[in-house]
Design a protein around this ligand. Structure first.
Ligand code: ADP
Length: 599
């Protein structure tokens, strides 16, 4: 066993590397510049933490959020790794201690915000203490093509030069080609060694449902996930507050989070989420980047996410521990229209608007997809995969029907009204509703008038979305949202192509979906409960999140294997030397006493 594998076991308590980690660690140890693109939860942190442990000098870690830094430093210190952070949320004593330890050569990892890094005093200090590498977490923040652009990240390249071109290790979960090129150009003087790891997160089940009664759909979903920690994302602050209030009134242990709340309140919510089991945080996407919690069991999107990258990053916050987790989203055409309007009215350059419109179209196509969601998703990230068996489409929860005639009716309504009207007007024509607009334009005389009276409004809307998603019709980017037939749509009108549509929903489906509880079947329930209680106590005492003591998976394995001595305990996933030292006896005692009595 070589030094890296040994440290992995001894310090982190892991049996082996996850896919991709080993190559990255080796390249880092060899002094190469590295750009690693790995999905959220893939284990990026280890790729710089382990080399930092194995080498002399300090590895500086640039991280965009103070909460994220603090979580990691707490975790590192529990593992016995000399890590500190330098940031504005620390008191002066903590920051002085960090500098003192750095200067004494005791530190291995020093976490810094990008603002702090760029300060002249910091650079001078780093030159004095000797930096082995700069690790850049969430490296897509350097790119304005990414969705979390942070201008301060642009200073990293300059600092690197001031530190005599020290090694840079950059990590991100954002994979699209533009962002990647931008990161390469801005952080590295010469092309780095790029590692692109598989994006599949097979343990996360995927589902997307058209919004019918959003709150009821959410509640049904939460019923199937009672007692689990999860995040409900909403698109606006107001939606966050309303949804959280609704859930609390329904007896759900929910808390609201958005950037408009005072920092103290936000920290309190975040702390509760990290420390307690089963808290549901209702939040805008402001919540998440700083959340390093491995046992989030679900992510529910009340509203359509902004784009596929955002969506993937958000759902990636679930199931980092590799245990089953669920990602369920709702979507409606209203949001699609609204996002389109935001893009059109925004002041971004035309080129960027074009890119954003394209991203939105991809997202809508993903929502309305009729084949495996994971295949669609992974293809977006440049990966080919087979059907996953773990999404609503693979599970057969979305039924399809032959829909050529309906598609022809809708397309013909567009053509007959000279492609000058929006969806609601077209639906009124199809259903034979004599609205003021329909009569004023004389559209009640059209041959198409009333040909779709047998289809409900809601189902027509869904058909329109699918025509859009399928590229058969398009909404013209002007203020009227006029619908026009595309070339592919004309083929359908002429009868040259057929169309498959979703079977009209009678809702309900969300009740069946995405039931994926963590498998604790082999575990002794009494022991597991006792170990969880012990963990909460230890976490409180030390003022750290529960998973910093041990993650769920470790407790489940303990409650299954019921180790009686330190050696057996040391074999369990996540139990490294330092943790064995700190917590071994307490957990063994608990196992011995509870398993002893219940057996
Ligand atoms: P990322 O930053 O890529 O989203 P993290 O670095 O936070 O992911 O790692 C996600 C989880 O996986 C953490 O709980 C971490 O302890 C765990 N982990 C990382 N590497 C391994 C490994 N080799 N074996 C087992 N668990 C691992």
């Amino acid at each position: 066993m070589d030094a890296a594998t040994e440290k992995l076991r001894e310090v982190f308590g892991f049996d082996g590397f996850r896919p991709g980690q080993e190559e990255i660690v080796r390249a880092a140890m060899a002094g190469e510049d590295v750009l690693a693109i790995m999905p959220t939860g893939g284990g990026k942190s280890l790729c710089y933490q382990l080399p930092a442990l194995l080498r002399g000098g300090i590895t500086v870690v640039i991280s965009p959020l103070i909460a994220l830094m603090r979580g990691q430093v707490a975790q590192m210190r529990e593992l016995g790794i000399a890590a500190r952070s330098l940031n504005s949320a620390n008191d002066d004593g903590e920051n002085a201690l960090a500098i003192q330890e750095a200067e004494a050569g005791e530190l291995r990892l020093l976490y810094l915000s990008p603002e702090r890094l760029a300060r002249p005093g910091t650079v001078a200090m780093l030159r004095r203490v000797g930096v082995t590498a700069i690790a850049v977490d969430e490296a897509h923040c350097v790119s304005q093509w990414g969705h979390d652009f942070r201008p301060e990240y642009r200073a990293i390249g300059g600092v690197r030069e001031q530190l005599d071109g020290v090694q840079v290790l950059a990590f991100t979960a954002t994979a699209d080609a533009l962002t990647r090129e931008d990161i390469e150009g801005r952080l590295f003087p010469a092309p780095p060694h790029v590692f692109l790891r598989g994006f599949d997160r097979p343990n996360i089940s995927l589902a997307m449902t058209p919004r019918a009664n959003g709150r009821k759909q959410l509640l049904d979903f939460l019923k199937a996930h009672r007692g689990e920690s999860g995040i409900v994302y909403c698109q606006s602050r107001r939606r966050v507050e309303e949804t959280a209030a609704f859930l609390m009134s329904e007896g759900v242990d929910a808390a609201a989070y958005h950037a408009g709340f005072p920092p103290n309140d936000r920290n309190a919510v975040q702390d509760r989420f990290l420390r307690e089991d089963g808290v549901v945080v209702v939040a805008t996407v402001a919540f998440g980047m700083g959340i390093d919690k491995p046992d989030v069991r679900f992510v529910f999107h009340m509203d359509l996410p902004k784009n596929i990258e955002g969506y993937y990053q958000e759902i990636g916050r679930a199931g980092r521990d590799g245990l089953p987790a669920a990602a369920h989203g709702l979507y409606g055409m209203g949001e699609v229209r609204q996002y389109r309007q935001w893009i059109d009215e925004g002041d971004a350059p035309d080129e960027q608007k074009r890119i954003e419109r394209g991203k939105l179209a991809t997202l809508v196509a993903f929502c309305e997809a009729l084949t495996c969601r994971r295949v669609t998703l992974l293809r977006y990230f440049g990966e080919e995969a087979g059907s996953c068996g773990n999404c609503d489409l693979c599970r057969g929860e979305v039924e399809t029907v032959e829909g050529t005639v309906e598609a022809q009716k809708a397309l013909s309504a567009m053509v007959r009204t000279r492609e000058r009207f929006g969806m609601e007007h077209l639906i009124a024509v199809l259903r034979g509703d004599r609205t003021e607009g329909v009569t004023r334009h004389g559209h009640d005389d059209l041959p198409t008038f009333g040909v779709g009276a047998d289809v409900t409004k809601a189902n027509w809307r869904s058909i329109f979305r699918q025509l859009d998603a399928g590229g058969l019709a398009q909404v013209l980017p002007d203020e009227f949202n006029r619908w026009a037939v595309t070339e592919a749509g004309w083929k359908v009108l002429k009868g040259e192509e057929t169309v498959t549509l979703r079977k009209p929903s009678r809702t309900k489906s969300s009740e069946r979906t995405a039931r994926a509880p963590v498998d604790t079947s082999g575990a002794d329930e009494a022991v597991l409960a006792a170990l969880k209680a012990l963990r909460v106590g230890l976490a409180k005492e030390r003022n750290v999140p529960a998973y910093v003591i041990f993650p769920d998976r470790t407790l489940i394995e303990m409650a299954t294997a019921l180790p009686r001595d330190r050696e057996a305990l040391g074999q369990i996933h996540g139990v490294g030397g330092r943790k064995l030292e700190s917590f071994g006896e307490a957990f063994l005692d608990k196992i011995r006493s509870v398993a002893g009595t219940s057996a």
